[in-house]
Design a protein around this ligand. Structure first.
Ligand SMILES: CC(C)(COP(=O)(O)OP(=O)(O)OC[C@H]1O[C@@H](n2cnc3c(N)ncnc32)[C@H](O)[C@@H]1OP(=O)(O)O)[C@@H](O)C(=O)NCCC(=O)NCCS
Length: 118
């Protein structure tokens, strides 16, 4: 994860140019999602749930929010570059496999690419 820190950091500029939502548990932020919409395609650029909150439904809620937001803004497909361990989650959400893509952080590493019909 350290090697990916820069790529995964959310900046004020990200919040100005894309849609961001958090999941809250008590007083804590339990997860975050970011979706960037361009024309009829949208990119799920971030979706992370805190380890202590995983498998509690927060990932599904944030994914549904991102899909709804993209759909409302005219997108037809949501594109996802997944961590290999998270690809099963996206398939569970209804996404289909769409090849692989080079990691932006680790040279030589490839990530599963998926797409979700909105
Ligand atoms: C992947 C992730 C977003 C899922 O969020 P979550 O809150 O744990 O998932 P949910 O509890 O909402 O799970 C929804 C469904 O997906 C399933 N699921 C969750 N994680 C899964 C996984 N890694 N593989 C396969 N299925 C998974 C759940 O069992 C549940 O199934 P159900 O419909 O039968 O109940 C979260 O575990 C995470 O942040 N992982 C680490 C970071 C990461 O890899 N992020 C993705 C970067 S692209």
């Amino acid at each position: 994860m350290l090697a990916c820190a820069a790529e995964l950091t959310l900046t004020p500029a990200d919040c100005a140019t894309s849609s961001v939502q958090v999941a809250v548990e008590g007083d804590e932020i339990a997860g975050v999602v970011q979706v960037a919409i361009e024309g009829d395609e949208a990119d799920l650029t971030k979706l992370f749930i805190a380890p202590s909150t995983m498998r509690n439904g927060a990932g599904r809620r944030l994914f549904d929010w991102a899909a709804h937001t993209a759909r409302q803004n005219g997108a037809k497909w949501l594109r996802i570059e997944a961590d290999p361990g998270a690809a099963g989650f996206y398939r569970r959400m209804g996404a289909i496999d769409d090849g692989v893509t080079p990691s932006g952080s680790i040279p030589g590493r490839f990530l599963p690419r998926l797409k979700y019909r909105l």
